[in-house]
Design a protein around this ligand. Structure first.
Ligand SMILES: *[C@@H]1O[C@H](CO)[C@@H](O)[C@H](O)[C@H]1NC(C)=O
Length: 265
């Protein structure tokens, strides 16, 4: 607490001088590694964003009157890993997203598995392409297009792929491969993986978050609707195909927990 108060004061005068505390703790915009994790901190420069890498896979970020920033910790390259995260996100009452967030090249794709969003639903106006049930929640699938916008390859025109969780949460396990498979089944094809982080994003807002990421956890096999053409494959458990097959407190059919092989075929 003391540290963040001091940093906030320093931030207001940061162009004049930096305190020792500021120099030790504060992370500049850009990408890098910290404690064996990749991190990315991007801002379009408006307002102020104070992003700090913390212990293990943790980071904290406080933003004020920004136009747009995205920051977080994770891995490079991205993969079909099982990601666990926990922490706090003070973004529910402002325009902010908490997401598994990443990029691919060839094609250039910016993707989001949105765990929680604030006042603006990023899928507003987009056509729902499908639904995936994974990790105890239901996510809606969308594609949007960005025209001449910032990307990992500079200003470019590219698609964004979205899974947006209906039951917002801050903390849990995300079986990323379930989303990639569901996107493929909805006709959304990723390219070669660049980075993959658990990101906090703010748009024309002020807020804060403190998040810790790690790899692993009890993921599940997931299921999608609409099913693949041809009857939905040859495995999985029929109860779970259109419904929940895992998650905390769920006692129904969980045969689909082995569904990773089902989807990998
Ligand atoms: C995440 O959970 C771990 C284990 O309970 C805890 O030590 C850590 O402080 C939490 N991180 C955050 C950012 O809340």
């Amino acid at each position: 607490m003391l540290g963040s108060v001091a940093l906030a004061v320093v931030a207001a005068a940061s162009s004049v001088l930096a305190s020792p505390l500021d120099l030790i703790k504060r992370t500049s915009p850009g990408t890098g590694t910290n404690n064996g994790f990749f991190y990315s901190f991007w801002t379009d420069g408006q307002g102020s964003v104070n992003y700090n890498n913390g212990d293990r896979g943790s980071y904290d970020v406080t933003w004020s009157n920004v136009n747009n920033f995205v920051a977080g910790k994770g891995w490079n390259p991205g993969a079909t890993r099982v990601i666990s995260y926990n922490g706090t996100w003070n973004g529910a009452s402002v325009n902010s997203y908490l997401s598994i967030y990443g990029w691919t090249r060839n094609p250039l794709i910016e993707y989001y598995i949105v765990e929680a969003f604030g006042t603006y639903n990023p899928s507003t106006g987009a056509t729902k392409l499908g639904t995936i049930v994974s990790d105890g929640g239901t996510y809606d699938i969308y594609r949007t297009q960005r025209v001449n916008q910032p990307s990992i390859e500079g200003t470019s025109t590219f698609y964004q792929f979205w899974s947006v969780r209906q039951q917002h949460r801050v903390g849990g396990t995300v079986t990323v491969g379930n989303h990639f498979n569901a996107w493929t089944q909805s006709g959304l094809t990723l390219g070669s993986h660049d980075y993959q982080i658990v990101a906090t994003e703010g748009y024309q807002s002020s807020g804060s978050a403190k998040i810790e990421v790690s790899e692993g956890g009890s993921g599940d096999g997931g299921s999608t609707t609409p099913p693949p053409t041809g009857g939905g494959g040859s495995g999985g458990c029929s109860i779970a195909k259109y419904g929940q097959c895992g998650g905390q407190g769920f006692t129904g059919c969980t045969t689909c927990a082995s569904g990773s092989t089902f989807w990998s075929s």
